[in-house]
Design a protein around this ligand. Structure first.
Ligand SMILES: Cc1cc2nc3c(=O)[nH]c(=O)nc-3n(C[C@H](O)[C@H](O)[C@H](O)COP(=O)(O)OP(=O)(O)OC[C@H]3O[C@@H](n4cnc5c(N)ncnc54)[C@H](O)[C@@H]3O)c2cc1C
Length: 477
């Protein structure tokens, strides 16, 4: 009988890289063989919170990860199903002294960690969670009284003052026991999905992420402060999917931006890198909120807004999803999402406010649609972004400050370059008319729908719904 191997497990989750991976590095330092494990989910055909684009991106990340581990002498082990059960089965395949993983602040991930810790304890196996996903842990960024922040500005002030961990190295080598079998790398067939032909996605790998970071630091971010709100200008980093899946570490992204900030001589460029760093703090802030208030996944963060009377989804919701609302900036954003699995941040805010304030639809519908389509779909930031836009979240836009989609597009896409890229049937329409609905319907862009609602009327309706609700909640009605 072949001898049963002894090894340490590193469980890959949202950290699909070999460089600066806190858990993988710790496991590799033990001087034992390492089983680098990824457990693929086993749902079929459709999933409420992910779709073919995201799964395709995941498959590419895993393929590249397998190659990177092989270069170190290791072997990516793929299993499928419930991750804790898969790890328990692996514990039975050899003599395992330790299981390492990077901690996940989301409640689903934390539930798995607790289950795993109990099982490991009962079996005398060390179960070691590492801090990796955020620049700062929850404990480092609480208020002085130990409670969580609810507002971004004081949180970010504290966050900015804290010393940041430097990126760590890549393991020099890894060995994985030959006896441990792996499933093949997953493809879309695992989930019985097909890749729609209209998709045009970024590629997923550690190398692609590094190259995006390099490009961002050199070319995109120097004008971040001035241009980041203009969707036609390539002035944001495009790193969100890499930070989501962990093909780049948050420490590496921060370290490169910080170095560029320190080296910049031009004050505008310096300010741009600083503004970018503050956006990384938003990412940590939403992770912080989710850790402290996991109930936001079900409820409005601000309890006053629970029970708002949202409308029933109808054909207008379908028009929003398809990018056929007759509001050019909204349609451009929704079509960019459908094609690339990405949407510019400014446009995310516009389409989210449109769904909640012009169509009066529940932000949870939009949150789920985004999660299905965004390559960067991330539970904390997505929930935070939606609740912010709906006016129900932490530090949210007050409900009465309703963005006007026409004014927004005039302000942030004055020449209509972004709109025309994603809504080509408006190509011949003069830029000015793109921001004024009546001009559009009088003769231009014939194949393009008329606006499905009147913004001014829907705005008034929203104000009255929210006010009535608040009066009832606060006992004034
Ligand atoms: C309704 C809505 C939903 C969103 N859903 C997601 C999501 O699922 N996943 C996601 O990563 N971001 C989400 N965001 C935040 C933001 O839109 C994206 O992070 C950003 O557009 C990604 O592009 P970028 O990498 O070029 O960003 P950059 O502007 O270059 O920012 C750098 C990084 O900082 C982080 N970041 C920037 N802005 C925010 C923000 N407002 N909140 C949290 N983190 C931020 C991201 O990790 C981003 O990659 C959402 C925003 C809104 C309004």
């Amino acid at each position: 009988m072949p001898e049963s191997p002894s090894f340490i497990i590193h469980w890959f989750r949202r950290d699909l890289r070999v460089s600066d991976n806190s858990s993988l590095l710790a496991a590799s330092h033990k001087g034992e063989k390492v089983v680098p494990l990824y457990v693929a989910s086993d749902w079929k055909k459709a999933h409420a919170w992910t779709g073919p684009g995201r799964q395709q991106f995941l498959c590419e990340c895993l393929e590249s990860l397998a190659g990177n581990l092989a270069k170190l002498g290791g072997r990516l082990i793929i299993r499928s199903g419930d991750p804790v059960e898969a790890i328990v089965r692996l514990l039975d395949e050899g003599s395992v002294s330790e299981v390492h993983y990077n901690r996940d602040p989301d409640p689903h991930g934390r539930k798995d960690e607790l289950r795993l810790a109990e099982i490991c304890e009962a079996r005398g196996v060390a179960c070691v969670g590492h801090d990796d996903v955020a620049l700062h842990t929850f404990d480092q960024t609480t208020k002085d009284d130990g409670t969580a922040y609810r507002v971004y500005t004081p949180y970010s002030k504290r966050w900015l003052k804290l010393e940041k961990r430097k990126p760590a190295s890549t393991p020099k080598q890894l060995a994985t026991p030959d006896q441990i079998a792996s499933d093949p790398l997953p493809t879309l067939e695992n989930w019985q999905l097909n890749l729609p032909s209209h998709l045009d996605l970024l590629s997923g790998s550690e190398a692609a992420a590094r190259s995006r970071l390099k490009d961002a630091i050199a070319k995109r971010l120097p004008s971040y402060a001035q241009n980041r709100d203009h969707p036609s200008v390539p002035a944001t980093s495009r790193l969100s999917q890499d930070l989501r899946w962990g093909t780049i570490s948050i420490r590496k992204a921060y370290a490169e931006a910080h170095k560029a900030h320190e080296e910049a001589r031009d004050p505008d460029v310096r300010a741009s890198y600083h503004t970018f760093i503050k956006e990384l703090a938003w990412r940590d802030f939403y992770l912080h909120l989710l850790e402290a208030y996991p109930e936001v996944l079900q409820h409005e963060f601000n309890a006053d807004y629970r029970g708002l009377p949202w409308a029933e989804p109808d054909e207008k919701f379908e028009a929003w999803k398809e990018g056929h609302t007759g509001f050019p900036i909204v349609d451009a954003g929704m079509r960019e999402l459908r094609t690339t699995g990405f949407m510019h941040n400014r446009v995310r805010m516009i389409v989210a406010m449109f769904l909640t304030k012009d169509l009066h639809l529940d932000w949870r519908l939009g949150e789920q649609h985004f999660a299905q389509h965004l390559l960067d779909g991330e539970i904390a930031s997505n929930n935070g972004g939606w609740q912010w836009s709906a006016g129900t979240g932490a530090d949210a836009a007050p409900y009465f400050r309703i963005q006007n989609p026409w004014t927004q597009s005039k302000r942030f896409d004055a020449k209509g370059e972004y709109i025309k890229k994603w809504v080509p049937e408006l190509d011949a329409v003069p830029a000015k008319a793109l921001h004024e609905a009546p001009d559009l319907v009088s003769g231009h862009g014939k194949s393009y729908p008329q606006p499905i609602v009147n913004h001014a009327q829907e705005r008034d309706k929203t104000l009255s719904i929210f006010k009535k609700h608040l009066d009832t909640v606060r006992g004034k009605a």
